[in-house]
Design a protein around this ligand. Structure first.
Ligand code: ADP
Length: 600
C-alpha cells in the first residue's frame, strides 16, 4: 500500500484515512516535494472499488443535441455496447436475407413471364427503397464514456494545470454537422477529468492557478455530484450540444503552498472546510533514532521504485541521513523535502551504476552531492567566483561603511551580500534622508528605519540628523533581505562613527528592536559561502549555533563566532584605533540595558 510508504507526515496520513472513510475533501498545504500528490494517490487506494460505475452516452432521437446518459455498475457498459452491436448486425443480416428473397422472387416471376426488362426495373426499385429505409448506421450504438471494467482501485486523476475542457469534459467540433453527414453528437462527447475521477480522487496541485470560472464550475460539480458535458469553445458546433448530467462523484484533494490560498475561490475553500479537512504538512521532522530509521526505509523505497540502481550500504544510508540533517537547516531536525532527497538517492545510484559497483557507498553519495547541485547552487557558485574575480567584496583589510553580509538564494545556497553605507550630516533642518539603492531598496529602507531606533538607544546618535545612503552591492532577484539587518546596522554605525570594519569577516543575523540578534535561516549554507569566498571569520546568531552542520572541508577554514547582541557584533566587526574607546562607551552607557533583553 502506498499509504505505508509515506514518511514523516503522520497527521496527514491519519486525516486521509478518516477522509477516505467518510468521502471528505482534503486541502493539503505545504512545500513542494513533501508527498502531497503521493498522499492523494494513497487515498484513492483506500476508497472502495466496488462502487465504480460505467457511464454511457446514448443518442437522443427527439433532440440530437441533448444526448442521454446511462449509469450502471462497472463491467455492464461493455455488455450493453456488445449487445447493441450484435443487434445492429442481426438487423443488417435480416435485411440482407429479405432483400435476396425479394430479388429472387421478382427474377423468378420475370423468368416465368418472359418480362426480363420489367423484372430488372423492379429489382432496381426494390434496391432504392431498401437503401432509403436503411437504419441510420451505427447511430443507435451508445458510446462508453467511462469504462471501469476490471478496475481494482478507485481512480486517481491528477488534474493539475488542466484547462476547462480537459477538466470538465468537452464536445468535439464537427465541420459536417450542419450538412447532416457528420458524426452523431453523442459520439463526439468527451469525458472530463471530473467524470473520470467518479468514485475516486481528483487531485489538483496549485489550485489557485485555475481561473475563477473554472474553480466555480468545479465547485458546482462537487455540490451536484454530476455535471453536464458541453463544448467548451464558443464557435464550435460542440457548443450546441449539451448532455444530460454525467455523474462526477469524486473526492477533491487540493494542494499548494500558503500563497495558493490567496487565489483560491472562497466558496471552494469553504466547501472543503465545511465538508472536509485542511492539513498543514510538515517540511521537517525531529531527529530521533526512529525517524532516522524511517529515512532508511525511504532510501530502500526509492531504490526499489527506481528499479535500476543498487542498494545502499549502511554507511551510505547514514550519509543520506546526514544530508537530511543539513537540509533541515535547524537543530535536531531531518528534512521532509523528500522529492529532492530522492533525487540525491538516484544520483548516487547512477554514480554507482556507472562504476559497475554492486552497492552504493559513501563516496558515491559524496560524488552525487557534488554533481547534483541545484540551479540555485550553481548560480551561487558562479556568483562567488565572479565576485572574487571582480573583487566586488574584499576579504582582506578594513573599510569604513562596507560589510560582507550573507544571504540565501533558493533554499540551499548561500552567497556573500556586500553592503555599503555612507552617512553625511543632513543638509535640511528637518529629517535626514535614507537613500537605498540596489534591488533590495525597499527592504533596506524599512530595515534602516528599524535600525535607527536601535542606534539611538545604543550609541545615542539620532540618525535622522544624517543623510544615509545604503546599497546592496550587486544584489539580484531571489535574495531575501531581513536577515541582513544586523549587517546594515553595523555598516551604518561604521559610517557614522568613522570606524572601519574588518573585511575578513562576514555576518548574518536579524536585529530585534531591542538590539538583540535573532536567529536566521540557512546558517550552514551562509557559513559555507563565507568560507568559499575566502572569509576568515563569520558571526552568526548564538541561537543558530546548533543548526550549524558545515562540511568537513570548511571546518578549518573559518572561525564561527556566536553573537547575542549588536554590541557583540560591533566588538568583533569593528577595528582600528577608535574602536576600543567606542565599545567601552557603548558598554558603559547601554550594555546593561541591552543585556537585560537577551533571551535565554
Ligand atoms: P508534492 O506533491 O508534495 O510536490 P510528491 O508527492 O509529488 O510531492 O513527491 C514526489 C516524490 O518524492 C514521491 O514520489 C516520493 O518518491 C518522494 N516523497 C515525497 N514526500 C514523501 C514522503 N513524505 N514519504 C515518502 N516519499 C516521499
Amino acid at each position: 500500500m502506498l499509504i505505508d510508504q509515506i514518511i514523516g507526515q503522520e497527521e496527514a496520513v491519519e486525516t486521509i484515512k478518516k477522509a477516505a472513510k467518510q468521502r471528505r475533501n482534503v486541502l493539503l498545504i505545504g512545500e513542494p516535494g513533501i508527498g502531497k500528490s503521493m498522499i492523494a494517490k494513497a487515498m484513492a487506494e483506500l476508497l472502495p472499488p466496488e462502487d465504480l460505475q460505467d457511464i454511457l452516452v446514448y443518442p437522443n432521437v427527439e433532440d440530437t443535441n441533448n444526448p442521454l446518459v446511462g449509469v450502471m455498475p462497472a463491467g455492464q457498459g461493455k455488455k450493453v455496447i456488445e449487445n447493441a452491436k450484435k443487434q445492429n448486425k442481426g438487423q443488417e443480416e435480416r435485411r440482407n436475407i429479405l432483400m435476396i428473397t425479394i430479388i429472387a422472387f421478382i427474377m423468378a416471376i420475370g423468368f416465368l413471364t418472359n418480362q426480363f426488362l420489367s423484372a430488372i426495373i423492379a429489382v432496381g426499385i426494390v434496391f432504392f427503397a431498401l437503401y432509403q429505409l436503411r437504419p441510420k448506421g451505427q447511430q443507435s450504438t451508445p458510446k462508453l464514456l467511462i469504462n471501469s471494467d476490471g478496475k481494482e482501485v478507485a481512480p486517481f486523476v491528477d488534474a493539475t494545470g488542466a484547462h476547462a475542457g480537459a477538466l470538465l469534459g468537452d464536445v468535439r467540433h464537427d465541420p459536417y454537422q450542419s450538412g447532416g453527414l457528420g458524426t452523431p453528437a453523442h459520439e463526439r462527447v468527451e469525458s472530463g477529468m471530473i467524470h473520470r475521477a467518479n468514485k475516486g480522487v481528483l487531485y489538483i496541485d496549485e489550485i489557485g492557478t485555475m481561473t475563477m470560472k473554472t474553480q466555480q464550475e468545479l465547485l458546482t460539480a462537487m455540490q451536484e455530484h454530476k455535471y453536464q458535458i458541453t463544448g467548451q469553445s464558443d464557435n464550435s458546433s460542440g457548443a450546441m450540444v449539451r448532455t444530460n448530467p454525467v455523474p462526477c462523484d469524486f473526492v477533491l484533494v487540493a494542494s499548494g503552498n500558503m500563497e495558493v490560498l490567496k487565489d483560491m475561490h472562497i466558496a471552494l475553500r469553504s466547501r472543503i472546510r465545511g465538508y472536509g479537512y485542511e492539513v498543514f504538512m510538515k517540511d521537517s521532522m525531529k531527529d530521533t533514532p526512529e525517524n532516522r530509521k524511517k529515512l532508511g526505509q525511504f532510501v530502500a523505497q526509492e531504490v526499489k521504485n527506481d528499479g535500476r540502481i543498487p542498494h545502499f550500504t549502511k554507511e551510505a544510508v547514514a550519509e543520506v541521513i546526514k544530508e537530511a540533517q543539513r537540509r533541515a537547516g535547524k537543530k535536531d531536525a531531518l528534512t521532509l523535502k523528500l522529492r529532492d532527497l530522492g533525487g540525491l538517492v538516484r544520483a548516487a545510484g547512477d554514480v554507482a551504476v556507472e562504476e559497475n559497483a554492486k552497492e552504493v557507498t559513501v563516496e558515491h553519495v559524496h560524488e552525487a552531492r557534488k554533481q547534483s547541485r541545484t540551479l540555485e547552487q550553481q548560480i551561487a557558485d558562479r556568483y562567488i567566483s565572479q565576485r572574487k574575480e571582480y573583487s566586488v567584496f574584499s576579504n582582506e583589510g578594513s573599510k569604513i561603511g562596507c560589510i560582507n553580509g550573507l544571504a540565501v538564494i533558493g533554499n540551499s545556497s548561500g552567497i556573500v551580500l556586500p553592503i555599503a553605507a555612507e552617512a553625511a550630516p543632513s543638509q535640511s533642518k528637518e529629517e535626514g534622508k535614507i537613500i537605498a539603492a540596489g534591488k533590495l531598496g525597499d527592504i533596506a529602507k524599512e530595515a534602516v528605519q528599524n535600525v535607527g531606533a536601535i542606534i539611538k538607544k545604543s550609541i545615542g546618535t539620532d540618525i535622522s540628523n544624517y543623510d544615509i545612503h545604503i546599497q546592496f552591492v550587486q544584489s539580484y532577484d531571489g535574495v531575501e533581505g531581513d536577515s541582513a539587518s544586523v549587517s546594515m546596522a553595523t555598516a551604518i554605525i561604521s559610517a557614522i562613527e568613522n570606524i572601519p570594519i574588518d573585511q575578513t569577516l562576514a555576518l548574518t543575523g536579524s536585529l530585534s528592536v531591542r538590539g538583540t540578534v535573532l536567529p536566521i535561516g540557512g546558517a550552514t549554507y551562509k557559513i559555507e559561502a563565507a568560507a568559499e569566498s575566502g572569509m576568515k571569520k563569520v558571526l552568526i546568531p548564538a541561537s543558530n549555533m546548533d543548526d550549524v552542520l558545515i562540511d568537513k572541508k570548511y571546518v578549518d577554514q573559518i572561525e564561527i563566532i556566536p553573537v547575542k547582541t549588536l554590541t557583540d557584533v560591533l566588538e568583533h566587526a569593528l577595528v582600528g584605533p577608535q574602536k576600543d574607546e567606542f565599545i567601552k562607551s557603548l558598554k558603559e552607557n547601554k550594555i546593561d540595558k541591552i543585556k537585560n533583553y537577551i533571551p535565554n
